[in-house]
Ligand binder design. Structure first.
Ligand code: AMP
Length: 288
């Protein structure tokens, strides 16, 4: 497995691959690799001749300096895991090479980033969009793999790719969870054992809400069911809990002709910000 740190070296390696006409898939990450990331590598492995991953804790997408400073960094272990999962090339750039000067380019995604993460983390998606564009330009993958865990991020990148006619096919893969239901996240490393148990209530609450929605078809009752479950034990501070339709991520107050809805959660456990979501296919009454 090749590990490249300079954008110029990465470009050169990718040039050599494209001369040989091989198909490439990219899994962008911020490191602290877990089974969620590895599920993306596995999907990429099945669909491409060469699998690339990137590890970069992108400073410009953090609106909270403390969150950036505390973000776990476990490079050696990450490289081992990526190698074992069948990665061929890992790009691990330095911030000074990605941003030789403070970037001025900003993105706005209108209604897509006025809600949820966009509303609570101003500038976050502009920073995400810039780094993803840079990674796509440097590594030029034919396919790129993302997790449903960051549903809003996926929708925004999808729109960015469409708006800018980038020749990359995007894939969104399901959320990988602990046995308890807790969605795997690099930030879980900052939770105590007890914190993890508390945090497992988040997915239980989402499941209760999904069940309530498919039986009563009532958004208010569904959200109330989740809130009740979250409030039943202390330790979870809810930031938002919103049903949106998965097309445009706009909040939904009533079930109508929407094919697919997602209940999206953000909140804090032991001061650690966690997100999760559940997608419900209204017509087929299926959830994932
Ligand atoms: P991150 O390193 O947190 O920026 O995540 C890198 C990619 O892995 C993103 O596309 C995430 O959506 C995805 N990801 C993170 N956690 C999970 C998970 N539990 N299951 C599936 N994908 C995930």
């Amino acid at each position: 497995m090749k590990v490249l740190t300079s954008p110029a070296a990465a470009r050169q390696a990718v040039d050599a691959l494209s001369d040989r006409g091989v198909t490439t898939g990219l899994v962008p990450t911020m490191g602290a690799i877990h089974r969620g990331h590895l599920s993306l590598v596995q999907a990429a492995r099945q669909e491409n001749e060469v699998v690339m991953a990137s590890i970069f804790v992108n400073p410009i997408q953090f609106n909270n300096p403390d969150d950036l400073a505390r973000y776990p960094r476990t490079l050696e272990a990450d490289l081992e895991k990526l190698k074992a999962a069948g990665c061929d090339l890992v790009f691990v750039p330095e911030a000074r090479d990605m941003y030789p000067q403070q970037p001025l380019t900003q993105f706005a995604f209108g209604p897509l980033d006025e809600v949820m993460e966009g509303a609570y983390r101003p500038g976050h998606f502009s920073g995400v969009a810039l780094v993803v564009l840079k990674l796509f330009h440097i590594l030029r993958p034919q396919k790129a793999y993302f997790g449903q865990k960051d549903l809003q991020q996926f929708k925004i990148i999808e729109r960015l790719v469409k708006d800018t006619s980038l020749p990359v096919t995007l894939r969104m893969l399901p959320i990988v969870r602990e046995h308890s239901g807790l969605a795997l996240s690099s930030r879980n490393q900052r939770l105590s054992g007890e914190g993890k148990q508390v945090a497992a209530r988040i997915f239980q609450a989402l499941q209760k809400a999904a069940l309530e929605l498919t039986t009563s078809r009532n958004i208010t009752r569904s959200v109330a069911a989740a809130q009740q479950h979250l409030a039943a034990s202390p330790g979870i501070e809810v930031e938002y809990l919103t049903w949106v339709n998965t097309d445009d991520l706009q909040p939904v107050e009533r079930i109508s002709n929407h094919d697919q809805l997602a209940l999206c959660f953000a909140g804090y456990v032991e001061g650690v910000r966690l997100i999760d979501n559940i997608i419900v296919d209204i017509h087929a009454d299926r959830s994932s």
